[in-house]
Design a binder for this molecule. Structure first.
Ligand SMILES: Cc1cc2nc3c(=O)[nH]c(=O)nc-3n(C[C@H](O)[C@H](O)[C@H](O)COP(=O)(O)OP(=O)(O)OC[C@H]3O[C@@H](n4cnc5c(N)ncnc54)[C@H](O)[C@@H]3O)c2cc1C
Length: 272
């Protein structure tokens, strides 16, 4: 029937070592790694072989001297509840996650699946972009989240873990949505650690950093109201927004003007 979701999984496979999982992934374009399976469940894909990494379980959040290391089976809820991440950059990542659907979805969906899907509506990619995030793949090794997002097609590889730098600083995240279960009309994240970083997501395209505007604000000797206003203008000139069924381009511009200014003022005054 038209409009019905009709996901088909022809074979289900639980490998016991990573090389085996990787070789299975390469064998067929329609062989896929399954994260939480929450988003895949909503698609009409025909998956030839679903590769479940459960037996290679990496469902832990570890801390090293420099990073938080989030395993590929860690759910959004586990990230949301993590005490260290709640303190990192004013807790913008847990805050962003807490706004995604209900707890039942957040208990299933993984952070890895949220990144690998490169969803344009993503509420997690926006804060991760301003948190010095790197991805560790089985074959490719370490790649910055920004470089990963710049490549059009996701690599045929297994995401093993996500590294987020431990940095002292403050952060701001804001999501505008019509109802609590809707996708974002726009979302913004700002951090101020050793420098100021900005990302805008759900533009409605995938989240981006306004690199020239970021350079502009970080070059300023003193960040005052004038510099903040100029930064907002630079961001609007640099980042392409657009219209879709959730909001018009003009409305998104107004939202960015208000919340970017508010966020920059907030990170400038917050003491962490
Ligand atoms: C009803 C619903 C509403 C949602 N609303 C929002 C929202 O408002 N905001 C928001 O940000 N998110 C939203 N999401 C998305 C959700 O937060 C997750 O991002 C999404 O479910 C993907 O995570 P998953 O673990 O389910 O991944 P899956 O669906 O299992 O996989 C997603 C993709 O990632 C690949 N993948 C997964 N793990 C790996 C790995 N380790 N290595 C390589 N590839 C991998 C899969 O092959 C697949 O291509 C929503 C999801 C649902 C189901």
């Amino acid at each position: 029937m038209k409009g019905m979701i009709d996901l088909k999984i022809l074979q289900y496979y639980k490998p016991t070592n990573l090389e085996d999982a990787y070789q299975e992934l390469l064998k067929d374009d329609n062989n896929l790694i399954i994260g939480g399976g929450a988003w895949l469940r909503l698609t009409n894909k025909v998956i030839n072989k679903a590769i479940d990494l459960e037996l290679l379980s990496n469902n832990k959040i570890m801390t090293t001297n420099t990073d938080y290391e989030i395993g590929n089976l860690v759910t959004l809820k586990e990230v949301e509840d993590h005490e260290g991440l709640k303190r990192l950059m004013s807790g913008i990542l847990p805050k962003a996650i807490s706004k995604i659907m209900g707890e039942s979805i957040r208990n299933i969906a993984t952070l890895s699946g949220s990144i690998m899907g490169k969803y344009s509506f993503s509420d997690v990619i926006t804060p991760l972009l301003v948190m010095n995030t790197r991805l560790v793949f089985y074959k490719q090794g370490e790649v910055s989240l920004e470089d990963f997002l710049h490549t059009k097609k996701s690599p045929k590889d297994i995401l093993l873990k996500i590294l987020i730098k431990k940095e002292v600083g403050t952060g701001y995240f804001h999501k505008v949505q019509k109802t609590s279960l809707d996708f974002a009309v726009i979302n913004l994240a700002i951090t101020k650690g050793s420098k100021i970083d900005i990302a805008i997501g759900a533009r409605p395209s995938i989240a981006l950093k306004p690199v020239k505007a970021i350079e502009y604000i970080n070059k300023a000797e003193k960040i005052d109201e004038l510099i903040i206003d100029e930064t907002v203008i630079h961001v609007l000139n640099e980042i392409k927004l657009g219209s879709n069924n959730r909001a018009s381009d003009e409305y998104r511009k107004e939202l960015v003007k208000v919340y970017l200014k508010r966020g920059l003022n907030e990170v400038m005054t917050d003491e962490n």
